[in-house]
Design a protein around this ligand. Structure first.
Ligand code: C2E
Ligand code: MG
Ligand code: MG
Ligand code: MG
Length: 287
């Protein structure tokens, strides 16, 4: 790291960090082999009609020692490691399996899964996706959405958009996750064939107190409309956030005000019982 022609003795601290990282990787590998990962699902809804438009699958590590561990604690450690590709495949397969189970219960619930940059950039991604889809002939590929970060396309925009096109040919569609936090240049938006834009939750969080965040959301909604993409707000934590988003013309939402991520088994009951806020529904006449 300090350049060529140099020796550098590891000091003890660095040594410990390396050992710890190695140990963590071993634990993650073990967790995968021992089926310690599971998916939680968070509903995405149309705030006006109350229709559920799908769910996002979010990975959790169920550790016998530490309980449920969130993805931010372990995915960053492996974002440049082959392991993330293996886990990514497990996620797609598990989501497809879940769509199939819901179908046998008479429920059609599209699922979106998060795809890591390394996974999307791997050469055989469309082929592997196709193989997974063919394991589930009961599941139409249109029920699967792939969430990618704009930054996944860093370096080779052309190649990534080609990969995305090849996946779209299989029937799946794409969403641009955390939109606004990466590069968000207009040419990225134009050249990445994602049909959905997800407004990052940091903008949503402060939209009621920070006029600049509100302005960003307003622009993204307009941009999405002109580019003919759907737009969904993430991190909708209160009813007031929902109202403000509806006023801006953003009807799709995901967040704690609607539901927290939950085990698959809870989704059917949640769907049955959920109703949009009366104050949200009033907007259905205006738009
Ligand atoms: P993301 O894809 O942007 O997912 C949304 C995150 O926001 C989730 O955190 C979700 O639990 C959280 N969230 C939802 N509604 C609210 C809200 O109203 N308020 C707040 N404060 N947070 C809310 P989670 O599950 O911890 O996931 C964090 C990130 O980890 C995800 O962000 C995604 O980038 C990544 N991730 C999760 N599952 C997977 C996976 O299976 N594969 C890959 N590659 N990445 C994943
Ligand atoms: Mg996501
Ligand atoms: Mg996001
Ligand atoms: Mg995120």
């Amino acid at each position: 790291q300090h350049g060529k022609n140099r020796f550098h003795l590891f000091d003890n601290e660095q040594n410990i960090a390396i050992v710890l990282k190695h140990e963590k990787l071993k634990q993650i590998r073990h967790a995968l082999d021992q089926s310690k990962f599971r998916l939680f699902y968070q509903p995405k809804v149309n705030m006006q009609t109350g229709n559920i438009i799908g769910v996002e699958a979010l990975i959790r590590w169920q550790s016998s020692e530490r309980g449920i561990i969130g993805p931010n604690e372990f995915l960053p450690l492996i974002e440049n490691n082959e392991l993330i590709i293996e886990i990514g495949e497990w996620v797609i397969k598990t989501a497809l399996q879940q769509i199939k189970v819901w179908k046998t219960m008479g429920l059609n619930i599209p699922v979106s899964v998060n795809i890591s940059a390394l996974q999307l950039q791997s050469n055989d991604f469309p082929a592997r996706l196709s193989a997974l889809l063919s394991q589930f002939p009961e599941v139409p590929p249109t029920d699967l959405e792939l969430e990618v970060l704009e930054t996944s396309a860093l370096g080779d925009l052309l190649k990534i958009s080609e990969t995305m096109q090849n996946c779209i040919k299989l029937g799946v569609n794409f969403a641009l996750d955390d939109f606004g936090t990466g590069y968000s240049s207009l040419s990225y938006l134009r050249r990445l064939p994602a049909s959905v834009i997800k407004i990052d939750q940091t903008f949503v969080r402060d939209m009621l107190i920070d006029p600049e965040d509100l302005a960003i959301i307003e622009s993204v909604v307009l941009l999405a409309k002109s580019f003919k993409r759907d737009v969904i707000a993430e991190g909708v934590e209160t009813i007031d956030h929902g109202i403000a988003l509806l006023e801006l013309g953003c009807v799709f939402a995901q967040g704690y005000a609607i539901a927290k991520p939950m085990p698959a088994e809870e989704i059917p009951h949640w769907i049955e019982s959920w109703q949009p806020e009366v104050s949200w529904q009033q907007y259905s006449n205006k738009n």
